[in-house]
Design a protein around this ligand. Sequence first.
Ligand code: SAH
Length: 244
Amino acid sequence: MMRPWQARISRLLGATVLAWRRRFFLPALRPAKENVGRMQFLLDLRRHGIMDAAVLRAMEEVPREKFVMADHVRSAYADQALPILCGQTISQPYVVAYMTEQLALSPDHHVLEIGTGSGYQAAILSRLAAKVTSIERYRTLAESALARLAALGYDNVEVIAGDGMAGAPDRAPFDRIIVTAAADEIPSALVDQLVVGGIMILPLGPRRGDQVLVRLTRTETGVERDELIGVRFVPLVPGQAREL
Ligand code: SAH
């Protein structure tokens, strides 16, 4: 049993610790600090060569902290890939911005994304195009990404659980296609679903080795291919996941 004087001391100590915690810890959790992180985030994107004002605006507008796991909220604006459910990753912000810029989007475009993951890239695309169709092989990821996008009011994104390697022939053709997982070869079904003059951006290369980001432009007679930058993506795996 605590005597009254003991209880009083313990209350006083409690108040001191609380005041001390407030002084030294709580300010770091306030949104103002996070905004500094966000400002730096945009400056870094510019410094690394992202020039397109509309892309920068989309990167500024979409709250990346809503797309990462609770443990990683503090790193949401660091330029790094982070783990998400099902052993997958949300891409590094610079790569998201770079791929988006390379897509040269117009507000009337219908975009197909392969590899919804967290839904972050789809959210960025949704700010710059008329409609986004995104395919994810893990149902868990597809459902949580859709819920997240809906909660943020990004209602021009459709998420499909399925095999992205087959594309979405019933919604084709697409003005732009972006693949956010690396394949060894160009999935030919996707090229067939691109309009003439359309652009597809995808990483090509082995599972853990050097991968390169490739831009394909569909022409009347075939495709033109440009190699862009070196990247590191999780692999594009055929078929819808049977579990998760
Ligand atoms: N664009 C995502 C990052 C995705 S990581 C984001 O912004 O968060 C790559 C994703 O591609 C993973 O979620 C993986 O499950 C998915 N994926 C891999 N192969 C696939 C396939 N054949 N069809 C659809 N999704 C696939």
